[in-house]
Design a protein around this ligand. Structure first.
Ligand code: NAD
Length: 370
């Protein structure tokens, strides 16, 4: 099977996203073409290193590219200052020069951390994203947002730094746990919900076989998601307007993630899925979309075996008022006003600050009651 290409045409910072099976095994030759000095530094995490680093290293060897690798612990807690400084110092030790190249091999955590490290190293070096989770393939590896978490919240420190190439190898999704795969699917479904009703229709029919491993379905779902992300990023690279649409479900998600301490109780993509269902519920109650829309969203998430409702999150949650306060700490708050992504129907999302506090509270109260 060949691969698909999505071009991200940002003038002066353009790059291709290649999507298809076995791209890691052929990465070496592609990367060699980008280098004057044939050497790269790879940063990955423990889980991915055990499963896929050797394949990447073999393909670099075959292409005559020297390489070294830093393996960090897996998980969200790696996206913090200590691992960031460790990565930057290590890259300097590897003598990555101004025209050198860094490879981020991993999920969104590694992509965000390494992209940020590449953005500040010698005031910016190139990096290649090899996203290994579904979430990273359809979302975090494309668009140039990089960063880390701090005690004040998620993704509060970072930079816009576009990769030079993205290799989304759809074969390696097979080694993801079912939970991580489905969490990534939360971001896939988001694209249909925010801007492409026909894609949501397609997902309702085809997503179960995609989850079961059908490669054509995987390639199509990743490609369509990346196309949508690329289109939005090209219109609004630094989120002055339309890019906020990509945050459908995220205002709710970030409050729930904060309430659960960014722990294993709720993965980011799971929070996005629940957040999308809540955003449609809010839209319906505000009379923006039909009552059938939130039911259809929830039915699809349920069919996929995903967390769908707030009550699917294990353990206690704070009350609705407290969750609303946590939303207010979201960095997507502009001028102190909460910004929501709501929808006039499936595939018709829009950005608004015009949401009555009471409407949000009533949705949250009902959601917490189950
Ligand atoms: P992650 O990087 O922690 O990966 C999830 C888990 O899957 C980890 O344990 C990882 O080791 C494992 N894994 C990854 N690939 C694997 C594979 N092929 N086989 C087996 N295990 C594998 O998390 P994630 O869900 O990929 O990404 C979440 C992060 O992405 C969050 O920090 C979020 O803020 C960020 N994000 C960033 C953007 C952006 O635009 N930059 C967008 C969305 C999300």
């Amino acid at each position: 099977m060949t691969f698909e290409t999505v071009h991200v045409g940002l003038v002066g910072r353009e790059y291709d996203v290649l999507i298809g099976p076995d791209l890691i095994a052929t990465a070496g030759a592609r990367i060699a073409d980008m280098l004057t000095v044939k050497k790269v530094a790879i940063v990955t995490d423990e889980n991915v290193a055990g499963l896929h680093l050797a394949t990447l290293q073999a393909s670099l060897d075959a292409a005559g590219v020297a390489h070294s690798a830093l393996t960090l612990p897996a998980g969200e807690s790696t996206k913090r200052w200590p691992e960031f400084t460790k990565t930057v110092e290590w890259l300097l030790e590897q003598k990555v020069e101004r025209n050198g190249l860094v490879i981020a091999l991993g999920g969104g955590v590694i992509g965000d951390l390494v992209g940020f490290a590449a953005s500040v190293l010698r005031r910016g070096v190139r990096f290649v994203q090899i996203p290994t989770s579904l979430l990273a393939q359809v979302d975090s590896s494309v668009g140039g947002k990089t960063g880390i978490n701090t005690d004040q919240g998620k993704n509060l420190v970072g930079a816009f730094h576009q990769p030079s190439l993205v290799l989304a190898d759809t074969s390696i999704l097979s080694t993801l746990t079912e939970r991580d795969f489905l969490a990534g699917y939360g971001e896939v479904v988001k694209y249909g919900l925010l801007g492409d009703a026909a894609f949501f229709d397609w997902l309702e029919v085809n997503a179960p076989k995609m989850a079961a491993g059908d490669m054509d379905a995987r390639v199509y779902a990743v490609k369509r998601s990346v196309e949508m992300k690329a289109e939005i990023v090209m219109r609004d690279e630094t989120e002055q307007g339309d890019r906020a649409l990509l945050n459908l479900g995220h205002t709710f998600c970030h409050a729930l993630e904060k309430a659960t301490g960014y722990s294993d109780r709720l993965l980011h993509g799971e929070g996005v899925a629940i957040g999308c269902a809540l955003a449609f519920e809010l839209s319906s109650r505000m009379g923006l979309c039909s009552q059938e829309d939130p039911s259809r969203v929830r039915a699809h998430l349920r069919e996929m075996g995903m967390k769908t409702d707030v009550t699917d999150i294990p353990g206690d949650l704070p009350d609705a008022e407290a969750l609303l306060t946590l939303m207010g700490q979201d960095k997507k708050v502009l001028d102190g006003k909460l910004r929501f992504i709501l929808a006039r129907g499936i595939g018709q999302a829009f950005v608004t600050s015009d949401v009555p506090r009471e409407a949000v509270l009533s949705v949250l109260n009902d959601a917490l009651r189950g």
